[in-house]
Design a binder for this molecule. Structure first.
Ligand SMILES: Cc1cc2nc3c(=O)[nH]c(=O)nc-3n(C[C@H](O)[C@H](O)[C@H](O)COP(=O)(O)OP(=O)(O)OC[C@H]3O[C@@H](n4cnc5c(N)ncnc54)[C@H](O)[C@@H]3O)c2cc1C
Length: 459
């Protein structure tokens, strides 16, 4: 059984990303997903335009969707091994603190179980951070918004004022962007037989469900294996992604921090996968959508009933594998919602505050209103010369806080889709990749400048 349990695909809207996607496809690391995509209504009226509920533009986007061959994570692995052979990767290591020492950075952290996101707090608390190695670094680049959290969060890199971290203002700015939380469920069903067999779509958004936003059949992706169960029966593996509203309601009730002590509460399979936990709630919503897809006339009735009442109709009663996952900071609040409701430095009116963190429960929101796509954004996205340049391009926008955040004097960078404030760019892999490339380009510029001033001093 194989699943993409987070990102399901990526798009290449800009010339820079198209160039990257072409390279990855040429190498056989990524492939276009030519699936059957659609929208499903279970009978209720959607609260907003269904096109605005699309999942990262699926199914409405006209441009192709790409997936990693052998799973989304394999693209990063292959880029590291083949395109960046000089990079040293330390696996299973968590940076818990960054220290500025004589104009350079030293990293402190932990490894082993204490570094893992969902190890019990009792284990993690026993291990204190130590210097990760004796090296110091010219630059530090953060990519995960959760690193900007205080020490309570497992991904915290200690980038706070209380910690005396000089990069705290940058981390606070990135961390001020509200988060869209999501739950995902990896579920394998014994393949429905006979009349109830096979849904007509490989992936779909549900336009009127409180719980389910998107569902993707994993073996419909290019070169994912068609799976076999223990007895040789074929399985259908789906990744189901919750709505943001469901996730916000769920983490309000089962908070990610202990309400008294503030300690991190790791996600526990008994909670996630229990009979009334998030996984089964989302699976029930999937089954209602399956009924609606096969027999639209039964959809209204099914939307009222419990899953058991439509066992026969939906064909997905036989669950072979089930695992949920909570993503507290799954996505950045789309930029146009951020700037529409807030002032670009803090939360807007559509957000919900839980344990001092702002979450956005708005549905969809990935279609940027055309009024928000500024000339500046359009010009950047259509850089005519980008396609001709084989290596990382140096973009003039790099320094002005649009693609990423940085402090050149400190040598501190924050990249990723949470840090990207490019007009007209939705959160997701494309925004994260372009942000990373722009940050790397800027680092190269700073290194070259430092080198040339050292050379001049010597001369
Ligand atoms: C459920 C879900 C579905 C999604 N679907 C899509 C989709 O279909 N299409 C799309 O374009 N986007 C999708 N996204 C968004 C996409 O996953 C992100 O935009 C993308 O992963 C961001 O990439 P990144 O490299 O910036 O950060 P990440 O992928 O978050 O990587 C950050 C890395 O930093 C590590 N890290 C964090 N803290 C520390 C620390 N203190 N020390 C050491 N390491 C640390 C983390 O372990 C992680 O490996 C989805 C996201 C979720 C959660």
């Amino acid at each position: 059984m194989e699943f993409d349990h987070g990102a399901q695909f990526f798009k290449a809207h800009s010339p820079e990303m198209k160039r990257l996607a072409d390279h990855w496809v040429e190498q056989g690391w990524a492939a276009e997903w030519r699936g059957k995509f659609g929208r499903v209504s279970t009978g209720a009226s959607p609260s907003v335009d269904p096109a605005n509920l699309d999942f990262f533009g699926c199914p409405g986007a006209s441009e192709p969707l790409f997936v990693g061959v052998g799973g989304m994570q394999s693209v990063c692995r292959r880029v590291l091994v083949c395109d960046a052979p000089g990079v040293t990767v330390r696996k299973g290591v968590r940076v818990a603190q960054v220290e500025r020492l004589d104009g350079a950075w030293r990293l402190h952290g932990t490894s082993g179980r204490a570094a893992l996101h969902d190890s019990p707090e009792s284990e993690a608390a026993l291990v204190s951070s130590s210097s990760l190695d004796n090296e110091t670094f010219d630059f530090v680049l953060m990519t995960d918004v959760s690193s900007s959290f205080g020490a309570w969060h497992r991904a915290s890199a200690g980038l706070t004022e209380e910690n005396g971290c000089p990069a705290a203002p940058i981390a606070a700015r990135v961390g001020s962007r509200p988060r869209v939380p999501l739950f995902t469920v990896m579920v394998a069903f014994r393949k429905p037989k006979g009349e109830s067999g096979g849904l007509p779509l490989d992936a779909f958004t549900v336009t009127d469900s409180n719980e389910l936003w998107f569902a993707a059949r994993q073996e419909a992706k290019p070169r994912f294996p068609a799976d076999q169960g223990a007895e040789g029966d074929e399985l259908e593996c789906w990744t189901l992604i919750s709505t943001a509203a469901y996730a916000v309601a769920e983490i309000s009730e089962t908070t990610m921090q202990d309400e008294k002590t503030g300690a991190f509460v790791p996600q526990d399979p008994a909670y996630l996968n229990g009979p009334n936990g998030p996984s089964m709630t989302i699976v029930r919503a999937f089954r209602r959508a399956a009924v609606a897809l096969r027999q639209p006339q039964d959809a209204v009735e099914a939307s009222k009933g419990s899953a058991n009442e439509f066992d026969e109709a939906d064909g997905y009663s036989d669950i072979v594998y089930l695992q949920g996952q909570r993503w507290g900071s799954a996505l950045a609040q789309p930029l146009h919602l951020f700037t529409e409701h807030g002032d670009g430095t803090g939360p807007g009116s559509s957000t919900v505050r839980i344990m001092n963190v702002e979450y956005d429960p708005s549905p969809g929101g990935f279609v940027t209103p055309s009024s928000q796509i500024s000339k500046e954004g359009t010009a950047v996205l259509s850089r005519a010369d980008a396609a001709e340049k084989p290596g990382p391009y140096l973009c003039e926008e790099a320094a002005n806080g649009l693609e990423f955040e940085h402090d050149a004097d400190l040598g501190f960078f924050y990249a990723g889709d949470f840090a990207s404030r490019m007009p007209g760019r939705s959160p997701g892999i494309e925004a994260a990749a372009l942000s990373g490339i722009a940050a790397a380009s800027q680092m190269a510029v700073l290194l070259l400048k430092a080198q040339s001033s050292r050379t001049q001093e010597v001369v």
